[in-house]
Design a protein around this ligand. Structure first.
Ligand code: UD1
Length: 363
């Protein structure tokens, strides 16, 4: 019996590990698949709700590290994860995405000579001021299996000298989860709750430190909201980091009734909101991909993207962080000037099956 430990830590990890866990059940007479939650995200609405929605088992290991500076958080995860690996001696560690838990656990595993698989490898923004870019570069450099979601990833890894034999173009596990849960999402009542209808609202998510830790940006956000909310409802589920900054500068006291600032929302309701939005304005990585799959208009408030297929093939527009330009682009879309798009190659709901199969054959 081979043992695999998959790591989750932050909100965008749960929907990536869920389809892998399911895919490994097919091999459960030869592979034991265990889940380690680092506790990087710990609020009920940032973590627990997803285990229920994705029907994930309770994590087999919970490290409880919580928040901290990058060094503190990464170091705490490493210390705790090393104990798990020394005790469990797995045959493979799987890490997903680009959060601090990803790099911390891949580093621990590789130092203990435990093979590492990185799911969502090869993505590059070429912006090293982004903590996620450092996490991606380092994780890929020490991984033994690199599972790639889009073709830009193959090129990036080639440029960094990664041997072809380690790179597998398998598609997107996050889209596996989206496809699986779409029927449930279609039954959600969230639009009724917010008294709106398909196409009649703009969905906003912003949480990147480079945006929301910047007071000048937050003040201008008020103007963007004002412009949009004159003719559309605006729904903004707010990440804890963003909420504390918005409250600090007092923005929440000055918003029209058409602007809804909610707590973080579970996956199924959020997917319903994504699918039916007239427009999405975001700085998230994953939402660029989900909107592309669903053919929904998306404006990305960043200067670069590590997911270029969403711009080249999909409905995503990379507008930058100048909120006047964002407002202009949003008005264009809302006046009917929409970007057409198609679904990227292999985003077909079967990425996790491909990954499990490749791992099974090589273990
Ligand atoms: C992390 C990831 C980011 C990902 C994001 C999704 C890194 C470097 N960043 O950013 O790539 O897009 O998750 O959400 O790993 N907090 C809570 N409750 C929680 C978790 C966090 O209140 O459950 C607050 C804390 O004040 C914390 C802050 O949010 O200090 C930031 O959390 P952290 O895990 O450091 O990074 P994120 O901004 O969530």
């Amino acid at each position: 019996m081979k043992k695999i430990i998959s790591v989750v830590g932050a909100r965008p990890n749960f929907m990536k590990v869920a389809p892998l866990h399911r895919a490994f059940q097919k091999y459960n007479d030869s592979i034991e698949h265990l889940i380690c939650h680092t506790g990087q995200h710990y609020d009920e609405k940032m973590s627990k709700i997803f285990f229920e929605e994705f029907e994930l088992p309770e994590p087999h290991f919970y490290l409880g590290v919580g928040s901290g500076s990058h060094a503190v958080q990464t170091a705490k995860i490493m210390v705790e994860f090393e104990k798990v690996l020394l005790e469990e001696k797995p045959d493979l560690v799987i890490v997903v995405g680009d959060v601090n838990s990803t790099v911390a656990c891949s580093l621990v595993a590789s130092k203990l000579h435990t093979p590492v698989a990185h799911v969502e490898a090869g993505l590059r923004s070429y912006d090293r001021t982004m903590p996620e870019e450092i996490n991606r570069l380092l994780t890929d450099a020490i991984s033994d299996y690199l599972f790639v979601t889009e073709k830009s990833g193959i090129e990036n890894l080639k440029r960094e000298g990664v041997d072809d034999s380690k790179v597998f173009f398998v598609g997107n596990v996050m889209i596996d989860t989206l496809i699986q849960l779409l029927p449930k999402a279609d039954d959600s009542n969230i639009l009724k709750k917010y008294d709106t209808r398909k196409g009649d609202y703009v969905l906003v998510t912003l949480h990147r430190p480079s945006n929301v830790d910047n007071d000048a940006f937050l003040h201008k956000l008020g103007d963007l909201f004002e412009a949009i909310s004159q003719n559309k409802k605006l729904i903004f589920p707010v990440h804890p980091r963003t909420r504390s900054n918005i409250e600090r500068i007092g923005l929440n006291g000055h918003l029209s009734d058409n602007v809804i600032l909610s707590d973080p929302i579970g996956y199924i309701d959020f997917l319903h909101l994504t699918k039916n939005a007239g427009l999405i304005i975001t700085d998230s990585g994953g939402i660029q991909e989900e909107s592309t799959y669903l053919g929904v208009q998306c404006i990305t408030v960043r200067d670069n993207t590590e997911r270029p297929v969403t711009v080249d093939v999909g409905t995503n527009q990379l507008i930058g962080t100048d909120l006047e330009k964002v407002t202009k682009a949003a008005m264009e879309v809302l006046s009917g000037n929409k970007k057409t798009g198609s679904i990227p190659e292999l985003w077909d709901g079967k990425a996790a099956e491909r990954i499990a199969n490749i791992i099974f054959e090589r273990m």
